[in-house]
Design a protein. Structure first.
Length: 295
């Protein structure tokens, strides 16, 4: 298995004689995300309760199917609850509206994807975790750049996801004179990324996935489908001539190509553990290599 797509989630322990504030801050926030993610996802897995998969699936199906009734009950009892707390709820306009919670909308997507409701819940949690890891990494690198390396004339410049590697990270490495040491450590740590071209090409794909998820509701139509494929092709091109990386890039493609096929078939990504792992491990590998090469 490729390290980048693996379930590895422990972190490099800070050295007692090397205190780097941005790394400590990153790890603290990383652990919050990872712990919450593991608890939420593992509590949906049969192994957690030593139960057959069908038992857990039936439980989740029952819970989802019961949401409309619980939603209606909350609306019905809201005024009574407020009055019991000596609060005047005033006019509740929702009481006079025709309102509904359609659970079968979620279930229909599960059916279309050929997975259970439980599995679709996990995939949705994968997507949320992907975004949390993305924003954590983006924030850590851009803040580091702004605090130490951004020229005074650029203070009002808006930095986005596209700038994280090409501008913020690379400027730090060049200014510090640690580019060679950083990529040497990152190569051994990731067993995949050996230079800026490879790092940037993977990040551009991750940034594109993030943008589609946030700005387009995860929908990939028309041009977006082609752009996803182009990013995958660009990643492959950065490994031309790196025969020692053939196995590693093939393992990465084993994850990316099925996702590309999902986009072609369904028009959006069905997130999974491997895609979440890529985002988590990418951010962790970069931050650990930064820490170790910090002067």
């Amino acid at each position: 298995m490729l390290l980048l797509t693996s379930a590895l989630f422990n972190t490099l322990k800070p050295l007692t004689d090397k205190k780097v504030k941005y790394y400590n801050t990153f790890i603290s926030q990383y652990l919050m995300i990872t712990t919450s993610t593991l608890v939420a996802q593992c509590n949906l897995m049969p192994e957690m309760f030593n139960e057959p998969k069908k038992v857990i699936d039936d439980h989740i199906d029952g819970f989802i199917n019961g949401i409309p009734e619980r939603s209606a009950e909350i609306t019905k009892t809201y005024k009574t609850y407020c009055k019991s707390m000596h609060i005047d709820p005033g006019k509740v306009v929702q009481e006079d509206e025709s309102r509904v919670f359609i659970s079968n909308s979620f279930a229909s997507k599960s059916t279309a994807y050929g997975i259970s409701n439980r599995e679709l819940v996990i995939r949705t949690l994968n997507a949320s975790a992907f975004l949390e890891y993305f924003f954590l990494f983006e924030s850590a690198i851009t803040k580091l750049y702004k605090d130490r390396y951004q020229p005074a004339g650029e203070r009002n410049l808006m930095l986005g996801g596209k700038d994280v590697i090409s501008k913020c990270l690379m400027e730090k490495l060049k200014r510090d004179g640690t580019e060679a040491a950083f990529f040497d450590d990152l190569k051994g740590r990731s067993q995949l990324i050996t230079n800026n071209s490879q790092l940037s090409s993977i990040w551009r794909l991750l940034n594109f996935i993030r943008n589609q998820q946030v700005h387009s509701g995860g929908v990939y139509y028309g041009r977006a489908k082609k752009i996803f494929g182009a990013h995958v092709e660009n990643i492959c091109k950065t490994y031309d001539g790196h025969d020692d990386m053939t196995t590693a890039i093939n393992l990465l493609l084993d994850v990316l190509e099925p996702i590309q096929q999902q986009i072609e078939k369904h028009g959006h990504i069905i997130f999974n553990n491997s895609l979440e792992n890529i985002m988590r491990n990418f951010s962790l590998f970069v931050m650990e290599s930064l820490y170790l090469t910090e002067k």
